[in-house]
Design a binder for this molecule. Structure first.
Ligand code: SF4
Length: 169
């Protein structure tokens, strides 16, 4: 079942508005958001607001969720694997990129041992993804050096709140 619901869909000759209920993808709180997409002759705009009916947030969003609309679009995204740095990057294939990464991990392990490699992975993985990457790192590579940004995701916000409001830990 598709968990994303179209809340409202209105259309005229010049404009179309679609409001969709969905979930903020940034952290495990899972705040509900209403995404309003306006297609007009002048272009498309997107607005994101907290879902007042959602039990996780009742309409409220933190700074990351409130700025979700600014993150949409492909213009600044890396869409292909690339070799090289800064202005010398070249697009390559997934097979070539994976082979190079595997070779460099192997060279590092051969020279310095299994604990010379470490993984710092996204906090936005699904449970199944975490299972696979943990199996790979601990079971296959044989090191316990894996952590995720789930541990640190809101730590900067917590530090800022403690400074701003003198909250006690
Ligand atoms: S707390 Fe912030 S980052 Fe987490 S789901 Fe809610 S809006 Fe998104």
């Amino acid at each position: 079942m598709n968990s994303i619901q179209n809340l409202e869909h209105s259309r005229s000759d010049q404009a179309e508005t679609i409001i969709t209920k969905t979930t903020c993808p940034y952290c495990g709180v899972g705040c509900g958001v209403d995404v309003t997409v306006n297609h007009k002759a002048q272009g498309t705009t997107v607005q994101v607001a907290g879902d007042f009916e959602h039990p996780s947030n009742f309409g409220r969003l933190c700074i990351k969720g409130s700025n979700l609309a600014d993150t949409l679009g492909l213009e600044t995204r890396v869409l292909h694997p690339m070799f090289g740095r800064k202005n010398h990057r070249k697009v390559t294939t997934w097979d070539a990129a994976i082979e190079k990464i595997a070779d460099q991990f192997q060279a590092c392990i051969d020279q310095h041992g299994r604990d010379s490699v470490a993984f710092y992975v996204s906090g936005q993985l699904l449970t199944e993804d975490y299972y696979v990457v943990n199996k790979f790192v601990k079971g296959y590579l044989g090191t316990a050096n894996i952590d995720t940004n789930s541990r640190l995701c809101m730590s900067s916000a917590v530090a800022a709140h403690k400074r701003a409001f003198r909250a006690l830990s």
